[in-house]
Design a binder for this molecule. Structure first.
Ligand code: G3P
Ligand code: MG
Length: 246
């Protein structure tokens, strides 16, 4: 039997070809046929949710310093595209709200919460999702499992995913050990084996490994029957999926 088509989830947008976590990267990923977008969020000094991987601006903008110490206006004055290629000069660090304006609700947004130490970002995120009617069509993930558990307790309609890099003995048992419903597992792809995938899928869990890019790795994961793959190259995965299901 032909396995289900895995979801093509663009990592920080089409990160392999455009400046990560910018509207340009998300636009490119959408044009390449992704069905999901993974992005990372932080809270600014004035409580806006911005999309950026690092907690500082140094690597991906021409600015510097910690996001948590700067206002949205200060952060959006920096260029977030020129470091990648001249054609992307003028890109800025987007707010999550600006991403919602771009990405249709038919595309799953996987919001990865970074640095949830203060506990403030969870409330802001839930408020925004409710205001924008996005509660039911996003998946919230984090390496901080207490954070996503808190989020699920605060808004039970949300889907939550467990990000992990450890080679867990029994990922399904770990997920089932939560006192709230876990929607998906997001393992580092090198750790995954076919048995883990089969058991998780049989138990109704989605399995979204990160971040696989080579044809060999993408094909191997598809062979295992994963529910989706987080990749820097959605176009490459699209070709493989199409060839496999033609
Ligand atoms: O959500 C998958 C992946 O993005 C986790 O690692 O460091 O790329 O955010 P990182
Ligand atoms: Mg991420």
């Amino acid at each position: 039997m032909m396995p289900n088509k895995p979801l093509i989830i663009a990592h920080r947008g089409a990160k392999g070809m455009a400046p990560e976590n910018t509207l340009a990267a998300f636009r490119l990923a959408l044009s390449q046929g992704c069905q999901g977008i993974e992005l990372d969020i932080h809270l600014t000094a004035d409580d806006h949710i911005v999309v950026c991987h690092d907690s500082t601006l140094d690597r991906t903008t021409n600015g510097s310093g910690a996001i948590v110490n700067q206002t949205l206006m200060e952060i959006q004055a920096y260029d977030a595209g020129g470091w990648c290629a001249d054609e992307y000069k003028g890109e800025i660090v987007p707010t999550l709200d600006e991403v919602f304006e771009l990405v249709p609700q038919t595309v799953m947004i996987n919001i990865e919460v970074k640095n949830a130490y203060s506990g403030r970002i969870e409330c802001k995120l839930i408020d925004l999702l409710r205001q924008r009617g996005r509660v039911e069509d996003v998946v919230i993930s984090s390496f901080d499992h207490k954070c996503i558990r808190r989020i699920k307790q605060m808004e039970p309609r949300l889907k939550i995913g467990l990000l992990y890099q450890a080679n867990l003995l029994d990922p399904v048992a770990y997920a089932r050990g939560f006192d709230v419903e876990v929607y998906s597992l997001h393992p580092q792809f090198q750790m995954l084996d076919a048995e883990d995938v089969q058991q998780a899928v049989a138990q109704g869990l989605r399995v979204y490994p990160f971040t696989a890019n080579s044809e060999k790795d993408l094909s191997r994961l598809m062979e295992m029957g994963v529910s989706g793959i987080i990749t820097d190259f959605p176009c490459r995965m699209k070709e493989l999926v199409d060839a496999r299901h033609s």
